[in-house]
Ligand binder design. Sequence first.
Ligand code: UD1
Length: 363
Amino acid sequence: MKVATVVGARPQFVKAAPVSRAFGAAGVDEVLVHTGQHYDGGMSDVFFAELGLPAPRHHLGVGSGSHGVQTARMLRAVEAVLRHERPDWTLVYGDTNSTLAGALASVKLGVPVAHVEAGLRSFDRRMPEELNRIVTDRVARLLFAPTPAAVQNLAREGICGAWVHRVGDVMLDACRMFGPLAERSCDVLERLALDPRRFALVTVHRASNTDDPRTLGVIVAALARLAESLRVVFPVHPRTREAMVRHGLEARLRGPGVALLPPVGYLESTVLQRAAAVVVTDSGGMQKEAFFHGTPCVTLRETTEWPELVELGWNVLVPPHDPATIAGAVLRAAGGPRPSRASTDALYGSGEAARRIAEVLVG
Ligand code: UD1
């Protein structure tokens, strides 16, 4: 069986790593297609190297652009690859423009699509990711849902039956697979002189937080305030760096309490999340990873695709309106008692999602 896997953005490299291994074990011929949505070494190459992903068989070099331009370039290039490779299935991950383009190009050629991380919804259609998810789930033939809530979301949209498989979360697989290697091989805590549980790990990259200077200003002011009581470690996404520089906000985080870093790879991110007192983020994946590592999370958004973590008390949603409110919530999460983990470990499966995906596809 031949499967074309379309990836392009940082979180997709992480999700593809365990599935690629499972495909190898199941004898699947996987054609890895990299759209080039993320192209910097720190956003792309480092993940291939650390996670042992094979070099992409096709690199489409699409790069950045407006949503229409970027997606159109991907559609055109993915279509050409699929015509050439003639796979039995196309596999896409998550909710990025690469996901949407891979799915659309494929179904238009009559090649069925399997979607990993199907059924997630923020119920906020202002997010480009929400539109990408809805369309991809609509056209997919096999839907691999990570959680019971995702299965319910699909059922509400009339997508159910043999097409939907609750397999668990491939990010948990990745976490189990690479966690020990990260602990053994990564010296980021020593290099940055960080004491475990004495710092906040921060990431921000959502369009809703970076593209409006007022919102970004609130987040920067909150981090500056937080840094007075808790060290802040902030690997900065290129789009966020660019927006902070453009609006003159970067200088406000130049104090001794803040470590502004380039984007970190998967292994460093793992060690930092494990050691942090609290994770502050707008990333979807890091909300879960923080939980996997037993670290509380504050999410700088109004909504989340992972409501179960909010219900359990591991994640707090704090929309970025006011610096003092954000800083207060982060300090409370960092210093408060950790919620119980009893009976929650099965929430995202047992770390066997990749194997099950391979089994279903081969079957
Ligand atoms: C994309 C996804 C988002 C995902 C995120 C992970 C969409 C709509 N969004 O957002 O869901 O959480 O990836 O990081 O697909 N840039 C670089 N170098 C790079 C990549 C990006 O400099 O290697 C800069 C460019 O200025 C670009 C901007 O970042 O214009 C945005 O990149 P893009 O891939 O469009 O969106 P992300 O914010 O990364």
